[in-house]
Design a protein around this ligand. Structure first.
Ligand SMILES: Nc1nc2c(ncn2[C@@H]2O[C@H](COP(=O)(O)OP(=O)(O)OP(=O)(O)O)[C@@H](O)[C@H]2O)c(=O)[nH]1
Ligand SMILES: [Mg+2]
Ligand SMILES: [Zn+2]
Length: 301
C-alpha cells in the first residue's frame, strides 16, 4: 500500500532483487516495480523515483536518465551489464605489488571510461610494498599521464596516502575499479571514515564479508565514493569495433595520419599508428578489437 508517490531517491546497493536506497537522507530497502525487474534494473549510483510504503520500505518505480555508466558485457556474453551509474570519474586502482601491476586491465577500464562518459584516472596502491629504487609504478603513471589520465602512487593505509587520494579526486564522485585485493575498499573506508553498512545495505547485499561482493555507494566525511567488487575479466561493451580507436586517445591522435579513414590499425597499408603508439597500448587495443569483432572470446581470460 502506497503512502506517498514519486519521491526522489538514490540507489546505494543492489542485491537479491532488492535495492538499498537513500531517500531524504535515510536508507531504506526497496523492491523493484515489476516492469523494472524485466529489464532496465537500477544500479548503485542511479537516481530513482520511489513510492514510500507505510511499512517503512519503498518501491522503485522509475530510474532516472544516467549521466554516465560503467558497462561491460554480461557473463553470458549476450548483453550489457551496467556496474555503476553517474560516477564522474573512473578511478582505476592497481597495486604496485600483490597483485602484480598489469597494464591490460588498466587499458580496458580506461576504454570503458570513454564509452561510459567518465574521466579516467589511475591510483596505484601499496607504495610501501616496493623499494625506493623500484621505478616501475612511477613509469606506468608517467605513461598514462602523457595520455591524459592523471594518476598517483600511494600507501592506501596511511593518512598521508588517503589525503593524497582525497585531493586527487577533488570532490568528484569516483567509482573505484580494479582487481581483487588492490585496496579499493581500504581507500573507500579510509576516506569516508569507515562508515559501517546500514541495516538496509546489509539486508540487500549481506554482511560480514571481507571481499566486496556488490557495488556500493558510500558516503562519509563529506565525500562519496562507489566501491566495486574486484574484477577478474572485463569485456568491453557499448561500442562497435570501428569506434574502439576513439577510446584510445593515443591511437585516435595517431590515426589522423593513416591513409584510410576506416583504418583499424591491424596492418593496413599506410597505417600511421605503429611506431607512434606504445607497443603495449597497441597490444591492448588489438586484443579488444579482436574481441569486439568476435574473433576471440573476451570471457575466457
Ligand atoms: N601494504 C599495503 N597493503 C594495502 C594497501 N592498500 C590495501 N592494502 C591491503 O590489501 C588487502 C586488500 O585490500 P582491500 O581494500 O580489501 O582490497 P579490494 O580492492 O577492496 O579487494 P576486493 O574487494 O576483493 O575487490 C587488505 O589486507 C589491505 O589491508 C597499501 O597501500 N599497502
Ligand atoms: Mg573491496
Ligand atoms: Zn591505422
Amino acid at each position: 500500500m502506497a503512502a506517498d508517490g514519486g519521491t526522489p531517491g538514490r540507489v546505494v546497493a543492489i542485491g537479491g532483487g532488492l535495492a538499498a536506497v537513500t531517500v531524504d537522507g535515510q536508507e531504506r530497502v526497496a523492491k523493484l516495480a515489476g516492469r523494472l525487474r524485466a529489464g532496465g534494473q537500477p544500479v548503485a549510483g542511479d537516481d530513482v523515483l520511489v513510492t514510500l510504503m507505510s511499512d517503512g520500505t519503498a518501491r522503485i518505480d522509475e530510474v532516472g536518465e544516467r549521466r554516465t555508466r560503467l558497462v561491460r558485457l554480461d557473463r553470458l556474453g549476450r548483453g550489457e551489464q551496467v556496474l555503476v551509474a553517474n560516477a564522474e570519474v573512473l578511478c582505476v586502482v592497481a597495486a604496485a605489488a600483490e597483485p602484480p601491476l598489469r597494464r591490460g586491465l588498466i587499458d580496458r577500464l580506461l576504454a570503458a571510461a570513454w564509452v561510459g562518459g567518465l574521466d579516467g584516472v589511475l591510483v596505484i596502491t601499496k607504495r610501501d610494498r616496493i623499494g625506493e629504487a623500484d621505478e616501475a609504478p612511477a613509469a606506468v603513471l608517467a605513461d598514462y599521464a602523457a595520455l591524459g589520465y592523471p594518476g598517483i602512487l600511494v600507501d592506501g593505509r596511511s593518512a598521508e596516502g588517503m589525503a593524497a587520494v582525497r585531493d586527487f579526486l577533488g570532490g568528484r564522485l569516483a567509482a573505484l575499479v580494479g582487481h581483487s585485493g588492490v585496496g579499493k575498499s581500504t581507500l573507500v573506508n579510509g576516506l569516508t571514515g569507515g562508515a559501517q553498512p546500514t541495516g538496509a545495505v546489509n539486508e540487500v547485499i549481506g554482511r560480514g564479508r571481507h571481499t566486496t561482493t556488490s557495488a556500493r555507494l558510500i558516503a562519509g566525511n563529506g565525500i562519496e565514493l562507489l566501491d566495486t567488487p574486484g574484477i577478474r575479466g572485463f569485456a568491453l561493451a557499448g561500442l562497435e569495433a570501428r569506434d574502439l580507436g576513439h577510446a584510445f586517445p593515443d591511437i585516435a591522435a595517431a590515426a589522423a595520419g593513416c591513409r584510410f579513414r576506416t583504418c583499424l590499425h591491424t596492418g593496413e597499408a599506410g597505417c600511421a599508428v605503429p611506431g607512434v603508439v606504445a607497443t603495449e597500448r597497441l597490444v591492448s587495443y588489438r586484443k579488444l578489437l579482436a574481441e569486439l569483432r568476435g574473433e576471440s572470446d573476451p570471457l575466457d581470460g
